[in-house]
Design a protein around this ligand. Structure first.
Ligand code: SF4
Length: 311
């Protein structure tokens, strides 16, 4: 499927004659990891597959925001809920059209009986309605997120979306709209922005008013764990400060597109390839093997099964 970034990024940051410092070696290993990931196969197991159902930019941004908001926990559990909701939206003209319909507060029935974790059908409808009202007021979700620092872009965009929440929005629905100022890593919204802004595969690159260099990596459990193995992050809590620090560290290897490593890092875990500890069966084939400082054996916290997991 798509694929520009690895070699272009490497050329931007490391010339042919560059010496092999430890940092340079790390960059080359990350480039190798990004180059070897099977984008087509991995997208099929990623929430990105939901906005990929659409071509219209309005449908892409609504489906993307909705899917990103529900992309927590096990892929096998949230994916059917997103698919069912989007199927219902498709029956009403597509996600953008359905969001516009649900933006009318008098429309009370949608996603009946659907739920995911603590979000019930009222919350799912409220999320769609919020996106619809934001689009009605600003023309597009893209217009809510204006250029600036990553924190400014996210904070401003999410604040505008929060203004469109239903008056009776539940705590569960409001929790989807956390901001950098709350200390949250804002993984869902960073992932959504990556999808919309990054020009390279597997992302859309639709929001050209924002600079990929200003994105912050979506810091999920997989990325956080592997970044720790590489010495790129410290601590036990994946918060906003750590997400920014990791992005800055990755920017040493591709300053124009630091989050291009996100997809490959995340899918080391999502695919079940990385077991969270050194493993004689899988580690020798991993591009990060020579620089990975994962523990020798699984701890109860690190142990992960070999089938689909979390995003
Ligand atoms: S533990 Fe093994 S599979 Fe996981 S990142 Fe390290 S070398 Fe790669």
């Amino acid at each position: 499927m798509l694929g520009d970034a690895p070699e272009q990024g490497a050329k931007r940051n490391r010339g042919r004659g560059a010496s092999r410092s430890p940092a340079d070696n790390l960059g080359r290993r990350l480039d190798a990891l990004a180059a070897t990931v099977d984008l087509g196969a991995r997208v099929a197991d990623d929430p990105l597959r939901f906005p990929k159902r659409y071509r219209d930019p309005g449908d892409v941004e609504v489906a993307g925001a909705f899917a990103a908001c529900l992309a927590f926990g096990r892929v096998s559990l949230f994916a059917p809920v997103i698919a069912a909701c989007l199927d219902e939206a498709d029956g009403h003209g597509g996600p953008a059209a359905y969001a516009a319909i649900l933006a009318d507060a008098s429309t009370r029935r949608a996603f009946t009986g659907r739920y995911y974790r603590w979000l019930d059908d009222v919350d799912l409808r409220g999320l769609f309605a919020t996106l619809g009202r934001a689009r009605a007021r600003h023309g597009a979700l893209a217009a809510c997120f204006v250029a600036g620092s990553a924190a400014q872009t996210l904070e401003g965009g999410i604040n505008l979306l929060r203004k469109e929440l239903p008056d009776d929005a539940s705590r569960a629905l409001r929790s989807l709209f956390c901001r950098p100022s709350d200390g949250s890593a804002c993984k869902r919204w960073c992932m959504f922005l990556r999808w919309m802004v990054r020009r390279g595969a597997p992302d859309f690159g639709l929001w050209t008013h924002l600079d990929p260099a200003a994105l912050v990596i979506p810091l999920d459990t997989h990325v956080f764990r592997v970044a720790g193995f590489l010495g790129l992050v410290e601590g036990r809590t994946p918060n906003w400060r750590v997400a920014v620090a990791l992005t800055e560290a990755l920017g040493r290897f591709d300053s124009a597109d630091p989050v291009r490593y996100d997809f490959a890092l995340a899918h080391l875990g999502i695919s079940g390839t990385c077991r969270g500890h050194r493993d004689a069966e899988v580690c020798p084939a991993c591009p990060l093997d020579a620089i990975c400082k994962a523990p020798a054996a699984a701890t109860s916290a690190d142990a992960s099964p070999r089938s689909p997991r979390r995003r």
